[in-house]
Design a protein around this ligand. Structure first.
Ligand code: HEM
Length: 251
């Protein structure tokens, strides 16, 4: 070793933690302090990036569930679906951080968003795209078992694994709805009740998405069950209000 370098400490190799998780790249994916329009822009970016990561995981879990269903493994499918449901709790929890941002500070951050819109979120769009195909696979599994959905619900223990899938899909629909409801409140507390979003969507239109369902037949099966119970009871009053439920608009 040359004399002039002999007193220098040996260069420390980068820890595996950093190289494996690519922390350098990950931590450079947010604006620097100098670039931010407001210090809370860090929270704004990190929360959205958290959503994209977990929605990426979610889409893979939904696809895995569909594969399991197609291969007649409803128990495994239910497990994948429950994991997808739990992933929504992670992101909805993260969104709470944005409720600490003062509306005046958000308006400053918003000036840097151009016509950016959450509606263009790749993860959100991928979930909307994946849901109908997942439903088709589940419906095919029911058909294979020669079962109509209301019959599965009328006898929940007779086909336990398929029933678990139906309930996990219901949970997923419900948690996705809860994200939308929490997001609407977040948007309203930052922008009020009548704002037009940076993507051009008026707040009342965003509110209407709360009627959208990913898997309408799962909710209609409850109507059918109630109707059956009513018919069996012979009670004269009809228990179902007229009208129909909505599915979601495909992106
Ligand atoms: C300060 C926080 C937020 C505000 C004020 C806000 C506001 C809005 C507004 C006004 C819209 C309507 C579309 C438009 O921009 O014209 C929208 C849509 C959307 N935003 Fe946010 N948002 C916030 C945070 C988030 C976060 C953290 C996510 C997570 C990824 C998100 C995801 C979405 C999605 C997926 C839509 C489309 C909803 C749909 O079409 O059903 N937003 N947001």
């Amino acid at each position: 070793m040359p004399a002039h370098t002999s007193n220098l400490p040996a260069a420390r190799p980068r820890p595996v933690y950093e190289t494996y998780l690519r922390t350098d790249e990950l931590l450079s994916l947010q604006k620097t302090a100098d670039e931010r329009l407001h210090p809370d822009e860090l929270t704004f970016q990190v929360v959205h990036q958290t959503f994209e990561l977990w929605w990426k995981v979610t889409v893979e879990l939904l696809a895995a569930a569909a594969d399991h269903l197609a291969a007649d493994r409803p128990g495994e499918a239910a497990r994948a679906l429950r994991r997808a449901v739990a992933a929504q709790a992670v992101v909805t929890g993260a969104m709470r951080q944005l409720e600490f941002v003062a509306p005046a500070d958000f308006l400053l951050i918003r000036t840097g968003l151009g016509d950016g819109s959450g509606g263009d979120s790749p993860g959100f769009r991928a979930i909307l795209r994946t849901a109908p195909a997942l439903w088709d696979t589940f419906a095919a599994a029911l058909e294979q078992a020669n079962l109509a959905l209301p019959d599965l619900y009328a006898a929940p223990r007779a086909h336990a694994a398929l029933y678990d899938c139906a309930e996990a899909l219901t949970d997923f629909d419900e948690t996705f709805h809860l994200f939308r409801a929490a997001h609407l409140k977040l948007a309203q507390r930052n922008l009020g009740l009548r704002a037009i979003g940076t993507g051009g969507t008026p707040m009342p239109q965003l509110e209407r998405t709360l009627h959208d369902l990913l898997f309408p037949p799962l909710w209609e099966a409850r109507d059918a069950l109630l109707e059956r119970a009513h018919q069996q009871s012979g009670h004269p009053d009809h228990p179902i209000a007229p009208g129909s439920v909505s599915g979601h608009g495909h992106p």
